[in-house]
Design a protein. Sequence first.
Length: 246
Amino acid sequence: MSDLNVLEQITKLVKLQEGDTELYNLKKEQEEKPDLIKRLDEEFESKKARLNKLEADFKTIQVERGTMEGDLAQKESEISKNETQLSQIKTNKEYTAKIGEIEGIKADKSLIEEKILQTYDRADEVKALMEQERQVVEQEQKTYQDQRQELEAQVKDLEGRIEAFHAKRGALLEGIDKVLLERYEKLLFNRGGMAVVPVVDNSCGGCHMHLPPQKINEVRMKKEIITCEICARILYIEDDVKSETA
């Protein structure tokens, strides 16, 4: 058991709770930061989506052109081969048929050449759009990086403040009865960071339920730890605690 009287015990708990409430809020904020960073990353990636699409389109056009250039080379080879065969043909009918075949291949070749030219035009259009979008993304990236660095700095600051409080919390625990401290910490966890609350207008400062006059008198007597029958929080009179710390 502790040598401190009830008021001294409660006063130390109120002081401890001030720090624990800050710690509770710091940890809550710390838990939110990874989600904020993730959301920021996702938003930036979505802003890059148009540029990524344009880059993919540009690569597709280059692949299409490469395929058509291969087809063009094949047609040129066929034309050369058929023209060589002309000198070996002996009848007019075969000669005319071969000429027709060559003309057909040349027509196919012309179509491929036209499509290749079109790919250059399409590539130029997409490239221009890519450059515009790249400038937009570069500007967005600067904002994104600044915001991310700020969030990372906030995370480090929170870690430092949490570590600093843990370092001094031990001193705040000195003299508090162990059983009372266990009850306090359980309440702190289950009651959203508020385990010790004042009596306010004849009501519990935690759940705001009305307190019977006898209950308030027991709190004022300071002979034992009194709790709210509804929320189980530890009750105290604010003026008593202020007088103790004055």
